[in-house]
Design a protein around this ligand. Structure first.
Ligand SMILES: CCC/C=C/C(=O)SCCNC(=O)CCNC(=O)[C@H](O)C(C)(C)COP(=O)([O-])OP(=O)([O-])OC[C@H]1O[C@@H](n2cnc3c(N)ncnc32)[C@H](O)[C@@H]1OP(=O)([O-])[O-]
Ligand SMILES: NC(=O)C1=CN([C@@H]2O[C@H](COP(=O)(O)OP(=O)(O)OC[C@H]3O[C@@H](n4cnc5c(N)ncnc54)[C@H](OP(=O)(O)O)[C@@H]3O)[C@@H](O)[C@H]2O)C=CC1
Length: 287
């Protein structure tokens, strides 16, 4: 049986282009790396865990017969970011496409959230993304142009238990607009992809309390009546990285099945954490 991943993009779309995908060893990042690779790019993936990167490289080769290049990097660490970007440029000669996908958070009520916890999430999602953008711009894109896509999270109307992440993601979206204005003269486009709830095994591992019942409720609240897939987010990121999007910069593209987060809330009950329609929360929790 041919299990080769399907793609809507043509095979040599990114011929001779080099792409770097943070968090590319799992979930959405891996799907983006796969799409870029199938479309002809030389693709580097990074993340903190060398083991996850090695597994991803092996899986990609098995599925496509194509190679991924790997380098561990914690994007919160400036030395790592410097080493990663230098390594890619030394070995591959360019970074034409940067996908800032590494990110995440833990659910926590605002009153229980420490400064350290808040900053851990801001450092990952906002500072880490900025640091990657700046290094790649200074070392390569300022003189050669390129395209950057930042993966955020659709919670523009706020989301209970996500004060840290919502603030960081809104920061990324606004920073993206500013960078698009500063860097357009250098031929650099920068956009965001804003996913709704996307099923990835690795991502959902972080929300183990999410039972089937809660999942069903989430699905019912999504106009498309299903969760998104990593491949659907990848299509958006790859489109924004392509010449087809050459007049698009400073924008956010939502991949969400028509979902509106105003209708969703995270709840905690005993040892469970989940998402339910906002209106189903007890009144006290909605205030
Ligand atoms: C929901 C919608 C759909 C979204 C899906 C996705 O995004 S899927 C993608 C999902 N994928 C991911 O999210 C993967 C990426 N996520 C991560 O790598 C991490 O969760 C992190 C970066 C957000 C935290 O980084 P880290 O763990 O290296 O941080 P650290 O060890 O430096 O700790 C700093 C401080 O943070 C605090 N604190 C930490 N954890 C908790 C907690 N559970 N509880 C409470 N607090 C917590 C604590 O104060 C701690 O200090 P302490 O008390 O230890 O002195
Ligand atoms: N799944 C969903 O419903 C949604 C996900 N998103 C966002 O999409 C992105 C991918 O999510 P998804 O694929 O689902 O989940 P994953 O947990 O699989 O993706 C997170 C990736 O980021 C890497 N990462 C985490 N922290 C760091 C760090 N400090 N430095 C470098 N890499 C890091 C992880 O690798 P490692 O652990 O090895 O570092 C992992 O590969 C995340 O930003 C997520 O918040 C947004 C909306 C919805």
């Amino acid at each position: 049986m041919n299990t080769k991943p399907k793609t809507v993009f043509r095979p040599k779309l990114f011929d001779k282009k080099v792409a770097l995908v943070t968090g590319g060893g799992t979930g959405i990042g891996f799907a983006i790396a796969t799409e870029l690779s199938l479309a002809g790019a030389t693709v580097w993936i990074s993340g903190r865990s060398e083991e996850k990167l090695d597994d991803a490289e092996k899986r990609h080769f098995k599925e496509t017969g194509l190679r991924l290049l790997t380098q561990p990097c914690d994007i919160r660490n400036a030395t790592d970011v410097d080493a990663l970007t230098s390594e890619v440029l030394t070995k591959s000669g360019s970074i034409d496409i940067l996908i800032n996908n590494a990110g995440g958070q833990f659910p926590c009520s605002a009153e229980e959230l420490s400064n350290k916890g808040f900053m851990a999430v801001v450092n990952l999602n906002l500072l880490g993304t900025f640091s990657m953008c700046r290094e790649v711009f200074n070392k390569y894109m300022s003189t050669h142009g390129g395209s950057i896509a930042n993966i955020t999270l659709g919670m523009n109307n706020g989301m209970p238990l996500m004060a840290h992440s919502g603030a960081a993601r809104a920061g990324v979206e606004n920073m993206t607009k500013t960078l698009s204005q500063e860097w357009i003269a250098s031929g650099v486009r920068i956009n965001c992809v804003r996913p709704g709830i996307i099923y990835t095994e690795s991502g959902f591992d972080n929300y183990k309390g999410l039972g089937d019942d809660v999942l069903n409720k989430i699905v019912r609240s999504i106009p498309a009546k299903r969760l998104g897939t990593a491949e659907e987010v990848a299509s958006a990121a790859v489109f924004l990285s392509s010449d087809g999007a050459r007049y698009i910069t400073g924008q956010s593209l939502a991949v969400c099945g028509g979902q509106s987060f105003t209708h969703l809330a995270i709840f905690e009950q005993e040892d469970k954490v989940g998402l339910i329609p906002y209106g189903a929360l007890p009144l006290k929790a909605r205030l």
